[in-house]
Design a protein around this ligand. Sequence first.
Ligand code: 13P
Length: 237
Amino acid sequence: MMKYLMANWKANYDLSLFLELVQSIPEGSNFVSIFPPFLALWPVAKNLPFGVNLGAQDVSIYQSGAHTGETSAEMLSAMGVHQVLLGHSERRSQGDDLRCLEQKLAQMTAHRLSPVLCIGANQKTVDDALIAALMSQLPAGLERFHDFKIAYEPIFAIGTGEVADIDHIANVLKKLDLALSTRYPYSEIALLYGGSVKASNVRDILAIGYCSGVLVGNASIELKSWKELVEICRTFS
Ligand code: 13P
């Protein structure tokens, strides 16, 4: 079964490295999505191998007009973007609350952009309270999407090198799968894991039945580890 490999380049910028990363992906790798910073969307779009998906790390709540500094869903769509990351803990901590995410989703609906909605907490114990906390991070409007992706990113694992235990990930994804299919009975939902994913641990994570892919930060902007990740994920497609 195909497993998604999503690269979140965050606020890093090295154009020559970006082009090397993109050009290292084999043509037809439709399991790969790249989320460059806005400034790199255009050069990345021009060099993207056939089949690879282009994503954005954010989208404006506004449609267009007098909103200095904003990047609208329409602009992203014109650039060839198909997916947008929403609700990353790094954005929630900057003020992206449920209302804001709902407004962003509304803009995305109008331009057929597909959400990759991140949820996460700082708890290592898996219990009902954790699942309730994660489910409470889902904005209204998601139900309008026929298919979307949810990335579970435990905060203690983001950028720390400390990947969550396989049992923890498997347990959370299984419980989320049940809770999500109850809340969104008409949507097709893919569950991803993110947080210190690298070539040495990705196989075990992707072997989890409920895990449809990974969202990768640091290891996606280092050429050697990126190439390894692509190769490993390719074996699942
Ligand atoms: P790292 O892979 O650097 O831990 O980042 C994970 C992440 O935040 C992806 O969105």
